[in-house]
Ligand binder design. Structure first.
Ligand SMILES: Nc1ncnc2c1ncn2[C@@H]1O[C@H](COP(=O)(O)OP(=O)(O)OP(=O)(O)O)[C@@H](O)[C@H]1O
Length: 296
């Protein structure tokens, strides 16, 4: 996996460099996403026609090669919407998404889908409960023709190993795993496509704090060994601090502050950032000790 994903000999414009080069890889410009609410609660509350929810209201953001950009803000500020637009899962109302300088504005093709992958908060809900980990990963590899069919089983084993799961996990169903292990499966599934950018949307917020540490350490290791770029989305400033090179603070659909992690934490410029920081427990280090078995 490492060799094929990170082979510097490959002529790939999206190749990342650990540590970041400052060169933009994934960028959104003037991104707007408005939802039109009809029926449901809106109607029961006596609403007529439709209500417009301005979830994202003109955002410019860029993730550099090999960089982790943390996107932080309270629930409902538009982080998930922005992430889904950036991943090509949601077509924005207006604005552009560019990968390696190229606009991704048509219907996404397989190659585009492959390059930017998402890791979600709850991988369990998107895992087929009747498929083993091996079947799930194998299906992704075959559908996207990532490797020749004859190599699928080997690649599945590599992926399972890459995310720190034991070899027997290949033959197990999702229900036999803990929350942290399921998140590892979610990460393996994203990595199966050999993406250059990982968009992780609240990947640890459903996990116990000790398990959060393991998953964050795994993402830090993967970023380095695979040269990944990452958009890491969380409502939790402390978590974002551990993993991000830069941080963008989002509030009511717009980015109110952006800067290096140190800048944002030591000299926040916006009142809203200061408010978020006032509720963060002090955390001195980026890498946090994993307090339980690596496969948690
Ligand atoms: N499919 C949808 N239809 C209508 N409104 C939506 C839809 N998805 C999100 N919203 C609304 O858009 C706004 C932004 O939601 P979004 O999920 O992007 O924010 P968030 O910061 O990721 O919050 P959370 O972490 O709670 O998901 C919220 O007001 C939300 O209710």
């Amino acid at each position: 996996m490492t060799a094929t994903t990170n082979d510097p000999a490959t002529d790939d414009p999206g190749r990342g460099e650990p540590g970041g080069t400052g060169e933009e890889l994934l960028a959104v410009q003037g991104l707007v996403q408005h939802y039109h609410r009809r029926g449901g609660v809106w109607k029961r509350l006596g609403g007529h026609g439709s209500a417009v929810v301005k979830a994202v209201n003109g955002v410019d953001l860029a993730v550099g090669r090999g960089e982790t950009l943390g996107l932080v803000g309270e629930s409902g500020c538009g982080k998930s919407t922005l992430s889904r637009c950036a991943a090509g899962l949601l077509r924005p109302t207006s604005g552009t998404v560019r990968y390696a300088g190229q606009a991704l504005d048509g219907p996404p093709d397989r190659e585009q889908r492959r390059l930017v992958q998402m890791v979600f908060q709850d991988p369990y809900s998107s895992l087929n409960p009747r498929m083993t980990v091996g079947q799930t990963l194998g299906e992704v590899l075959r559908y996207h023709r990532v490797v020749p069919r004859a190599q699928v089983a080997d690649r599945v084993r590599e992926l399972v190993d890459l995310v720190g799961l034991p070899p027997r996990a290949v033959d197990q169903l999702p229900r036999s795993f803990s929350g942290g292990q399921r998140q590892r499966i979610g990460i393996a599934r994203a990595l199966a496509l050999e993406p250059r950018v990982l968009i992780a949307d609240e990947p640890v917020s459903a996990l116990d704090v000790s398990v959060q540490a393991n998953i964050i350490n795994l993402l830090l290791d993967l970023k380095e060994s695979l040269g990944l770029s990452m958009l890491f989305v969380s409502h939790n400033m402390a978590v974002v601090r551990q993993i991000s090179d830069r941080i963008a603070v989002m509030h009511s659909g717009v980015v109110v502050e952006e800067g290096s992690t140190d800048q944002v934490f030591t000299s926040p410029q916006h009142d809203y950032t200061r408010l978020l920081l006032s509720s963060v427990p002090r955390l001195a280090t980026r890498r946090i000790p994993a307090v339980e078995a690596a496969t948690a």
